[in-house]
Ligand binder design. Structure first.
Ligand code: LRH
Ligand code: MN
Length: 388
C-alpha cells in the first residue's frame, strides 16, 4: 500500500492551470450559445478563474490567449490576478484567426504573411515579459485541405525557421510549448500533426522547447499514455491541454468521456516523476463549455484531474514492479485496476476540509451566489468569445 502521507502531500502540491477562453462563449460552426453572466474582458475572465481556485485550492494559474485577452497594460492585468489570488500562466499565441492566415501563418506561401505571424509570436514573448509567465504556447492551425496544395517538406522548413527565430528571442527562464494536432481546421495535412513532429522540432530548437499534449488531438485509439511516458523519459513533456472527447477535438470536460484513460495518463505521469514541480510539466485545461455553465464545469474538471491523480498515486508501485518483473500479467494489471477502482472522493473531501475548503467544491460554488451576482452585474458590453 502507498504511503498516504506522501500521497496527501502530492495532492496538496498539485497545481492546475485553467484557460481564460473556457469562461467565454464558445460553440461549434453550427451555433455558439451565449450564456448570461459571461465575462466581457480578461479581468472578468480572471475573476471567474479565481472562483475555481477559491473552491478547489489547486487552480491558482490562468492561461491567456492573444489577442482574445489583449489589454493595454499586461502588468496591470497580472497585478489584478494577484489581487484575486491567482497568477497568469501560459501565453497562447493566436495565429489562426486573421484573414491573412487563410493559407497558413508561419508556413504561408506569402513571405509578408509569414513575417506578420512571426511578429505576433514575438509580441507574445513581450507579453510573457510583462506578466512574468514562463511558457509561450504555440499551436499552429497551418495545414492543407487537398493533396498538392502545399509542399510538405518546404513547409517544414518554413516552420523550423519561424520556431528558431522565436526560440532565440526567449528569456533564460522562458519556454516554448509546441502543441500538435492531427487535423482541424486543416483536413488533409497539418504541419504539426503528431507528437513525433513536435518532438523533432523541439530537439532541433533546444532544451527550452518542449511538447504540449492536448488529449483531444490524436487519432482515435491512440495510446496517449505511451506518448506521455516517452516524452517524460526524454525530458520533453512540457504540458498537457486536458479535455476529453468521444470523437474528435470535442474539448469536453477532462475525464468526462474516458476517466480510465485519464487515470492511465496520470499513472505514467506519477511513475515518471512528472508531478514534481522541478520536472516542469504544466497541467493545463483546454476546454469549451458550449452548453453547460462554465465555472462549475471548470471546477468539476479540476476535481476530475485531482481524482485521477489520487488514484494514480495509490498504485502500489512495488507490487506492480514485482508482478511486471515476474511476468505475472494478471497480477500486474490487477494492481493498476485496484488503484483505479479505489473511491478517492472521501480522501479528497478530507483533504479539502483540512485546507479550510468545503468538501464539495461545486456545491460550495453554487451556494456562494456568485453565478447570480455576475448574471445581474454583467449586463451590456460585448461578451467574450472566440470571435471567429
Ligand atoms: C487548438 C487548441 C489550442 C488552442 C485552442 C483554443 O485546437 O487546442 O490549444 O489555442 O485549442
Ligand atoms: Mn489545446
Amino acid at each position: 500500500m502507498q504511503d498516504l502521507t506522501a500521497v496527501r502531500a502530492a495532492l496538496r502540491a498539485q497545481r492546475i492551470e485553467t484557460p481564460s477562453w473556457a469562461y467565454g462563449n464558445s460553440g461549434t460552426r453550427f451555433k455558439v450559445f451565449a450564456q448570461e453572466g459571461v465575462p466581457r474582458d480578461p479581468f472578468e475572465k480572471i475573476a471567474d478563474a479565481a472562483q475555481v481556485h477559491t473552491y478547489t485550492g489547486i487552480a491558482p494559474i490562468v492561461s491567456l490567449h492573444i489577442p482574445w485577452d489583449r489589454v493595454e497594460d499586461y502588468t496591470e492585468l497580472a497585478q489584478f490576478a494577484r489581487e484575486h489570488g491567482v497568477r497568469i500562466g501560459a501565453i497562447n499565441a493566436n495565429v489562426f484567426q486573421d484573414d491573412d492566415y487563410r493559407l497558413g501563418s508561419v508556413t504561408n506561401p506569402d513571405p509578408g504573411v509569414r513575417r506578420k505571424a512571426i511578429d505576433h509570436l514575438l509580441a507574445c514573448v513581450d507579453v510573457l515579459d510583462a506578466t512574468g509567465s514562463r511558457d509561450l504556447k504555440l499551436w499552429f492551425s497551418d495545414g492543407t485541405n487537398y493533396p498538392g496544395q502545399g509542399d510538405i517538406a518546404d513547409r517544414q522548413g518554413l516552420l523550423a525557421e519561424a520556431l528558431a527565430e522565436v526560440y532565440a528571442r526567449l528569456g533564460a527562464e522562458q519556454r516554448i510549448l509546441l502543441e500538435y494536432k492531427l487535423f482541424e481546421p486543416a483536413f488533409y495535412m497539418t504541419d504539426v500533426p503528431d507528437w513525433g513532429t513536435a518532438y523533432a522540432h523541439c530537439l532541433k530548437l533546444g532544451s527550452r522547447a518542449v511538447v504540449c499534449v492536448d488529449t483531444g488531438h490524436h487519432a482515435p485509439g491512440t495510446n496517449i499514455e505511451f506518448i506521455v511516458a516517452f516524452l517524460l523519459r526524454a525530458g520533453r513533456l512540457g504540458a498537457f491541454d486536458f479535455n476529453s472527447r468521444f470523437y474528435a477535438d470535442d474539448d469536453l470536460m477532462v475525464g468526462a468521456a474516458d476517466p480510465f484513460q485519464l487515470f492511465r495518463i496520470m499513472h505514467e505521469v506519477v511513475r515518471g516523476g512528472g508531478l514534481a514541480p522541478a520536472v516542469g510539466v504544466n497541467f493545463m485545461l483546454d476546454q469549451c463549455h458550449n452548453i453547460e455553465p462554465k465555472i462549475p464545469a471548470q471546477i468539476r474538471s479540476v476535481t476530475n484531474v485531482q481524482e485521477a491523480t489520487a488514484k494514480a498515486l495509490l498504485v502500489d508501485a512495488q507490487a506492480l514492479a514485482d508482478a511486471q518483473r515476474a511476468g505475472d500479467v494478471l497480477a500486474a494489471n490487477a494492481v493498476l485496476m485496484d488503484a483505479y477502482n479505489t473511491d478517492v472522493r472521501p480522501l479528497l473531501r478530507e483533504l479539502r476540509v483540512e485546507q479550510g475548503l468545503a468538501p464539495d467544491p461545486v456545491a460550495a460554488y453554487h451556494a456562494s451566489g456568485y453565478a447570480e451576482r455576475i448574471r445581474a452585474e454583467r449586463v451590456g458590453g460585448t461578451q467574450a468569445g472566440w470571435g471567429a
